[in-house]
Design a protein around this ligand. Sequence first.
Ligand code: ANZ
Length: 924
Amino acid sequence: MDYNPQEIEAKWQAYWEEHKIYQTETNSDKPKFYALDMFPYPSGAGLHVGHPLGYIASDIISRFKRMQGYNVLHPMGFDSFGLPAEQYAIETGQHPAITTKQNIETFKAQLGKLGFDYDWSREVQTSSPDFYKWTQWIFQQIFDSWYNQKTDKAEPISELISEFEKNGNTQVKADCDEDTPSFSAEEWNKFSAEEKQHLLLKYRLTYVADSIVNWCPVLGTVLANDEIKDGFSERGGHPVERKKMRQWMMRITAYSEKLLQGLDGIEWSDAVKEMQRNWIGKSFGAEMEFEIDPSGVSGVLKVFTTRPDTIYGVTFMVIAPELDLVDTLTTPEQKEEVAKYVNWAKNRSERERQSEVKTVTGVFTGSYAINSFSGEKIPIWIADYVLAGYGTGVVMAVPSSDDRDFRFATQFGISIKCVIEGSEDLDDPTEIKHGKLINSGSLNGMNTQDAIQEVIKEIEKRGIGKGKINYRLRDAVFSRQRYWGEPVPVYFEGDIPKVLPEMTLPLHLPEIDEYKPTEEGEPPLGRAENWKYEDKYEYELTTMPGWAGSSWYFLRYMDAQNNEEFASKKATEYWNQVDLYIGGTEHAVGHLLYSRFWTQFLCDRGFINHREPFKKLINQGMIQGMSALVYRVKDEDKFVSFDLKNDYETTELHVDVSLVEGDVLDIEAFKSWRPETANYEFITGKDGKFICGNRVEKMSKRWYNVVNPDAVVARYSADTMRLYEMFLGPLEQSKPWDPKNIDGSFRFLRKLWRLFENEQSEFYVSGDAPSKDEWKVLHRTIKKVKEDLDRYSFNTVVSEFMKLVNDLNALKCNKQAIFEPMLRMMAPYIPHITEELWAKMGHIKSIHIEQFPDFDEKYLKEDAFTYPIMINGKKRHLMDFAAEMNQADITTEVLADETVQKWLEGKAPKKIIVVPKKIVNIVV
Ligand code: ANZ
């Protein structure tokens, strides 16, 4: 009986599909378990072996839970809107929907070969109108809501309107635009319909606004902060500049505090929680006003500071170059220089501006402000280390306390006010680095926290400011000037955006002739012909960003076929949170923050009952490539085997990993891969083999080290691949793909198979009762495997399997009573081979809907222990005692023993120490 994985695996995959073995029950009394993978973007390159790492883990857990009696939801889908398909469309004219469809087919075929237990009847594709209809619907709910700070939640905008009609907005506490004016009920009622809509936009949780965005001219779209790395787009590496544009925005800032608090109740790694905390960036401090020196311009500068206690050390003010105040404050003499600077600073990314280590840049406005605490007149500068979008965009600079302010002051020769014990103004500013910081004025001797509170009290008393909590989080840009995304379900009456009636959704993506902006610079949707609401109103022309669909897709799986709602209340109540979410760390702030935001919102508005989407999150590590290297003898047409390479001077070359078996190069295959080397000499090493060197690096086409899962499945089996990926190491760790070890996993499967064979290699299992030792190794393994899976330790389980098979081999075990629970235990890891052996044992029902085995403590009990009996430190005897025997009884029996008596020579022992299950020590 041969183990023929290719045949077995295809057979069972077809069987599972046909018999709907993994279909999730819709109405079930069972407890639920929701295991989810971050759904992939279906790229043209297909899956590589890094993708399945997380998928295999969630597959194992979902099977484990199903076999423990849970109703399991383990779905899969595709995040199928996005840039690559559109870039391809621009280059080739191919409609992105076609490319996307093809890529999805490839992905599904690849996933299918790995034997995953997805319930495909719940598949979602974010680019399908059935799906984006509901993305648009959620957008409309957000548009129709405002954030009431009194009740601390989002509420329908209609309630805000009734409040305005009754009382105006004076008693309303809301997250709204800074420039929202106050008005009475009378005034509200007199406003025109248009004026009312403009005011409501200041409250809506999604709104249009002119904002400074990261514009990527090459990609022709706006990018979010988390899509930019060091001033370049993450995708494609194109330069990004700052530009003012009209955009849809999401008022995520209303949720800053809830997003922060929510982190405490979820089981995510500290690292990801910390990244989210930093992104939200809560700071405590004060907002306070500085009067502008009345001899110049009158007015005030409002700053946000976390260190109001350093007020006596403020020697200058800095404002961000984008502020309108720049024009007001710049004196005629400074105009030219300021204009030059502002123009230069305009296109620098936030990161560049903030990461400047050595030199800082800036320019003097010519104006001054008054430090009302010290009474001093201080210069107002413009510098791009101050960001327009944070706090008030104005900083009180304290060079004696703050590093950047210090560098700035030293560079531009601004005075540094001494808040250092023992000296007044400093000639040598570096002195402060060695001095001891003290608080000036009345704050002397206070600790920082007390001093901060003291100054806040004082500024509140003087009426120039107040204590303030600030968040670094900004409202999120929700517009992309691209084609391949969800249309925003909005039309314009004049400049007033209105949402489409719900019954008209989805608003379909229109066909266009070219996937490029229009001549006038409008987004591609501007090309759509006769595309108007009721033939007269302009639709919004931008599309939604990549994160729209992924912010709620996990809810759609709960009720994927529902045509009436995004998901029924019953379904969302039953499935509730995702119990286990597995995906890469690259989404730590983007996707994982936005989906928390939408979940919080939907909960506030009563559409769902849970606040946090993902209860437990595991970030799988990366699988790195193991590159293969060959060595060319310098300046000669020769390659030399790795083991001889030190005898020559060589240069190294990457070789495609598929041409290497273990360490050994297939020379002929290499020659046809690199025809220019066809006539080279290959100096082979030990045993006539040509050995390659290797190196761990990123898995990348460039290094010819990308491994395709299809190749592994074809060569070995899906079960081998699954087992091997789990065996590589802890799921969270990054680790190299080491082809040498795949064989080990494959050998294990063959060994398992042979347990079921007799000496004639025929299938044979015996109905005899197992021995005590056989029961013991089985139950020991079940116990450990359960414990390990409960703590998501996937790799250690594989070693347990290997140990068990070795032990059963050594015991020559062929008992059905052992094999059945063993297969059920292994089924989540290696679903095909276990199913085949299960069927061979005569079972008709699939093993995957059987019970996971329970362990029985009784088999683990050790019956007797052999104690060494030590007399004065020397081993004199061995005695067996029952495991549960107590120390007093052991002592009595030891003393009564003849051999012991002999060694004691009639003396009474001074001390007897019994170490249970280990040793007995007698001192005479
Ligand atoms: C005076 C001071 C003294 C400050 C000192 C810090 C240390 P976090 O913690 O991130 O909230 N700041 C305020 N607005 C800014 C802006 N738009 N761009 C750049 N920097 C800005 O930081 C708040 C501190 O960063 C504020 O407190 C302000 O400098 C600066 F020893 O005021 B501080």
